[in-house]
Write a protein that binds this ligand. Structure first.
Ligand SMILES: [Zn+2]
Ligand SMILES: [Zn+2]
Length: 471
């Protein structure tokens, strides 16, 4: 009611708006027919969308002032969150829309004419925001997104935005997912009575693995199953863990449902992300890891969206081949890792989508963590003729890969030596730790290494018959 809003002065535009809303709310509501209700729903939603536009514009204007500070808040977002009684996410959405009105002029018109919803516009603004915040993204264009917004539901557009960002900015997309993985955590606290409290955060792909393992077990089963969803989750979690202990190994790797185009599998620039059950779209690097050992249900789509291969959740590396690999490697072959073979994936050093063979010379066992590091983590692995595996740390983007050097094994050895020298320059690097790419000493090591690789490449550029490292 107006009386409850002491901040609104009489005679202002805002007072007029509130008075109009008040009158609307007092309209007769008895005996409304279904068609009238339907029409009202659409009309009220549209009115709400228009107000959201106003709210977003005002949010952006307010965030440029110091008023939040004057009023003792730490940020404009925080002020709006408290004073307008909104969730943080909702405030960020309003700010994103407000700050990108100029990038989305046709889309704003489309909201005004009720062709698309404000919820569509929010997704488009968040996409513009993340693309403009990335140094590797293509310039943001509203046209393509607007066409999709007219056609798609909000949920479908949400997926499409992820795919578009992957197609136009795969580096940042993969980097975001890697950051999500780096924030993983699972805190276990045992209470006095012995109860275990779990508190955690798992990245999208890890989360999908957890969910696809728990979901089938967490369904209501048998007569008289009156457990709530969260009770069933807890039971499923305990069931999985006790089963692992019973037989020493999970009975079956989770069958992750991944749908990806061939271009995505081949990490072709401009390809969409992969779709994964229980997860947001995942980066090409992740699709390649999951497909590396084939412990997923693959549905591979040709560019024209024709399903050309529906995998049956069988391993790419199975049967005798896998047993031979287990026997040869025995455990994860990452330097100094001894996770047993049955907890490890068969990693293709040269990915099978790049023409790598599924034979022993091109495969090594890697545990879950190290398989991630080899794909999404940007580490490069080189297998020497003697079977020794050299792990080369992630490189700043845009620099050559060891695999592109004329002699990858020699390049990796040199690299390892340079790394040893770099480490000796920095005594505060504990062995085995990640090194920040922007570290000064690191940059010097990289420069030396890149000069060597560049020289090698120039030599090999001279002849057409240069050896293909992927061959
Ligand atoms: Zn792999
Ligand atoms: Zn390992």
């Amino acid at each position: 009611m107006l009386e409850a809003e002491p901040t609104v002065e009489a005679g202002t535009h805002l007072a007029e708006l509130l008075a109009a809303i008040d009158r609307f709310r007092q309209r007769p509501k008895t005996n409304r027919q279904p068609q009238e209700l339907a029409a009202e729903l659409k009309g009220i939603r549209h009115a709400g969308d228009l107000l959201e536009l106003e709210f977003a514009e005002t949010t952006a204007a307010f965030s440029k002032t110091e008023e939040y500070n004057e009023q003792g808040s730490v940020s404009p977002i925080d002020w709006i969150r408290h004073q307008c009684r909104m969730s943080t996410g909702a405030v960020w959405n309003s700010l994103a829309v407000g700050e990108h009105l100029d990038d989305l002029p046709r889309s704003v018109e489309a909201v005004e004419s009720a062709e698309i919803g404000y919820a569509h516009l929010t997704l488009m603004a968040r996409t513009a925001q993340s693309m403009q915040g990335s140094s590797t993204a293509a310039p943001f264009e509203e046209g393509g997104l607007l066409d999709k917004a007219r056609e798609y539901s909000v949920g479908r557009l949400w997926y499409f935005c992820h795919h578009m960002r992957h197609a136009t900015d795969p580096e940042e997309f993969a980097a975001e997912q890697s950051r999500a993985t780096e924030s993983r955590t699972l805190k276990m606290s045992t209470y006095e009575d012995g109860s275990l409290a779990l508190e955690g955060w798992i990245d999208p792909v890890g989360g999908a693995v957890v969910r696809s393992a728990l979901e089938p077990l967490a369904q209501p089963h048998g007569d008289h199953d009156e457990r709530g969803r969260e009770h069933r989750n807890a039971d499923a979690f305990v069931e999985v863990c006790s089963h692992v202990q019973d037989i020493g190994v999970l009975p079956q790797r989770p069958h992750l449902q991944v749908t990806a185009s061939l271009d995505t599998l081949r990490a072709v620039a401009g390809s969409p992300a992969g779709d994964m059950e229980y997860s947001l779209p995942v980066s090409a690097a992740t699709v390649r890891r999951l497909a590396c050992d084939g412990t997923i249900t693959r549905v591979v789509l040709a560019p024209e969206s024709v399903v050309i291969d529906v995998g049956r959740a069988r391993r790419v590396v199975a049967g005798a081949m896998r047993r031979a690999l287990n026997a040869r490697d025995g455990h994860c072959k990452w330097p100094r890792c001894e996770r047993p073979a049955y907890w490890s994936d068969a990693h293709h050093v040269v990915h099978w989508t790049d023409g790598g063979d599924t034979d022993l010379t091109n495969m090594i066992l890697l545990c879950h963590r190290h398989h991630w590091m080899a794909h999404e983590g940007g580490w490069q692995l080189v297998r020497t003729a003697e079977g020794e595996v050299l792990a080369v740390p992630p490189r700043p983007p845009g620099l050559a890969r060891v695999a592109d050097a004329e002699d990858p094994v020699e390049a990796a050895r040199q690299f390892a030596e340079q790394l040893r020298v770099a480490r000796s320059l920095r005594t505060d690097w504990p062995p085995g730790d990640r090194i920040a790419a922007d570290d000064g000493a690191w940059a010097r090591v990289m420069e030396a290494h890149d000069a060597a690789v560049h020289q090698a490449n120039q030599r090999s550029d001279l002849g057409d018959d240069a050896p293909d490292p992927a061959a």
